[in-house]
Design a protein around this ligand. Structure first.
Ligand code: ZN
Length: 269
């Protein structure tokens, strides 16, 4: 009898031992691992074998695996400079920042973003470089016309790769700015911006002022837009520096690592 009980205890201990790698992974190796998402992690990893598992965890935490415009959530802190707005996270329909200021012509940004942009442009000028603003804040209504016009011209599939649907545009946050190197703007000039010294400077330095390249070339399957070298998003120097130092290319990854786990704390084992 005693022998039998001992055997049972050993078995229990072995089973606990088998279960421990997951618990260990959740708590130590992947601090952003959320038990509730474990099945989604596996599924997204299978569909994206090129991604490292810690990146998979982050993207799933940010609902990237849901698919574009599926399971849409409305952001709760639209005024937060780090706010994630994309095809899965929408701004409240009537959201309009209350601290917009003019940055160039009739283009406006929120005060903090405008100040940092001014500082950045001034440092660029000192380095013999110039950029011009070609778009900044847009209302829900102006984004709506832009998108609907795109659908009429190119069809919905193509329009969705070029324009965010209303409520899903970073331009409505007052934190996104489109910049180019010349004043005579054409789509050609826009696309060629990536070959300029200005763009190279931004890639190296924009994070110090709190700006990130929001739609990089290598991540079109994650953000769902065409590559946009002209679209820069203000997130604040703290987040931008963390992203730079840790090699985090997408705001979705940052959100999945540092914001989502705070919103849904890891369940106690
Ligand atoms: Zn833009």
């Amino acid at each position: 009898m005693k022998k039998y009980l001992f055997a049972v205890l050993i078995t229990v201990k072995l089973l606990a031992g088998l279960a421990s790698p997951a618990a260990f992974a959740a708590n130590d190796v992947y601090p952003h691992y959320l038990e509730a998402n474990s099945i989604r992690y596996e599924s997204f990893q299978t569909r994206n074998p090129r991604l490292a598992f810690d990146v998979v965890i982050a993207y799933v935490n940010a609902n990237v695996d849901r698919g574009f415009y599926a399971g849409i959530l409305t952001v709760s802190e639209p005024d937060n400079p780090g706010v994630l707005v994309n095809k899965n996270f929408a701004l409240p329909r009537n959201y309009e920042p209350d601290d917009l200021v003019y940055v160039s012509g009739y283009y406006r940004l929120r005060t903090e973003a405008a100040d940092q942009l001014a500082k950045m442009r001034s440092d660029m000028n000192n380095a013999g470089l110039n950029v011009y603003v070609m778009s900044a804040y847009r209302t829900y209504q102006s984004q709506s016309s832009k998108y609907e016009n795109g659908v009429m011209c190119y069809g919905r599939v193509s329009a969705d790769r070029q324009y965010a649907r209303p409520g899903h545009s970073e331009h409505q946050t007052g934190l996104a700015v489109d910049i180019v190197q010349r004043t005579n703007i054409s789509s050609m000039t826009q696309a060629r911006f990536e070959n300029t010294r200005e763009f190279a400077w931004l890639l190296e330095n924009a994070y110090k002022y709190g700006f990130i390249l929001r739609y990089p070339k290598e991540y079109t399957d994650i953000h769902g837009f065409i590559y946009e070298p002209w679209h820069w998003r203000y997130v604040g120097p703290e987040i931008a520096t963390t992203m730079h130092d840790e090699g985090i290319a997408m705001l979705e990854e940052y959100y999945g690592r540092y914001v989502a786990p705070e919103l849904a704390p890891i369940a106690a084992p």
